[in-house]
Design a binder for this molecule. Structure first.
Ligand code: ADP
Ligand code: ADP
Length: 227
């Protein structure tokens, strides 16, 4: 069971006088698919980055499986993250991009090989493992970014606008793939998007943010079909 709890979490960046995230309270169930929506600057990325451990939490408590994680290093958090800009290493092959995080964690060569082949199978990347990112389409690059997250076997996935750099048609395809992936992997997922259709199709619950605060939490129906 991987529950994620944010208890009264605040974030103020050094040098800012305003809080970027204020009294953020959210309790996420094991395997739940949560989508953050809200205008630019409302604190979506900051919240994801605090969960990933890429930003420290100014005040409040963040827990995974009931355990306080505020001061735990990103590497030790069992979280995989997919970014909007893919964050692939341009000089590395698809294989090496996917292997990178595992090598850091001293996973054996055999296990790395097996995990990457499995992910490549799921994502239709088998024929592309030796290519560099520049020789891939946008959709393929995003699949590699997903592959890098999958091989980690992390119970928690964070995705920050993973589809926003893709064209409309590919977004629809990849959206379905992400939904399928979630059914297969059963990760607890937090997904950031600007796209209402993405939020409606993917979310168990949608969290609407405004000025660093939670404005509303509910099912897609509750959030978008208000009277
Ligand atoms: P969103 O992801 O919803 O667009 P962000 O989390 O990126 O919002 O930003 C929330 C607020 O925090 C904004 O006011 C933004 O200017 C501020 N902010 C984000 N990153 C930093 C940073 N590294 N240093 C200072 N302020 C930041
Ligand atoms: P994560 O676990 O954060 O998804 P990895 O385990 O693959 O990513 O990466 C391990 C380390 O490399 C992390 O400290 C991460 O911030 C860093 N990293 C990952 N991708 C890039 C990139 N494109 N450029 C620079 N650093 C990166």
């Amino acid at each position: 069971m991987v529950k994620v709890d944010l208890d009264h979490v605040y974030k103020k960046y050094t040098g800012n006088d305003k809080y970027s995230v204020k009294d953020f309270n959210l309790h996420i169930d094991d395997q739940e698919f949560i989508v953050f929506v809200g205008p630019s600057g409302c604190g979506k990325s900051t919240t994801l980055r605090m969960i990933a451990g890429l930003e420290n939490i100014s005040k409040g408590t963040f827990k995974i499986g009931g355990k306080v994680m505020n001061d735990v290093a990103p590497k030790e958090r069992d979280i995989a993250m997919v970014f909007q800009n893919y964050a692939l290493y341009p000089h590395m092959t698809v294989y090496d991009n996917m292997a990178f995080g595992l090598k850091l964690r001293k996973v054996s060569k055999e296990e790395i090989d097996q995990k990457i082949n499995q992910a490549a199978e799921i994502l239709g990347l088998k024929d592309y493992l030796k290519r560099k990112p520049a020789a891939l389409s946008g959709g393929q690059r995003q699949r590699v970014a997903l592959g890098r997250a999958i091989v980690r076997d992390a119970p928690i996935f964070l995705m920050d606008e993973p589809l926003s750099n893709l064209d409309a048609k590919l977004r629809v395809t990849m959206r379905a793939e992400i939904a399928k992936l979630h059914q297969q992997l059963k990760t607890t997922t937090i997904y950031v998007t600007h796209d209402q259709t993405e939020a409606m199709t993917l979310a168990d619950r949608i969290v609407v943010l405004k000025d660093g605060e939670i404005q509303q939490v509910g099912s897609p129906l509750e959030v978008y079909n208000k009277p």
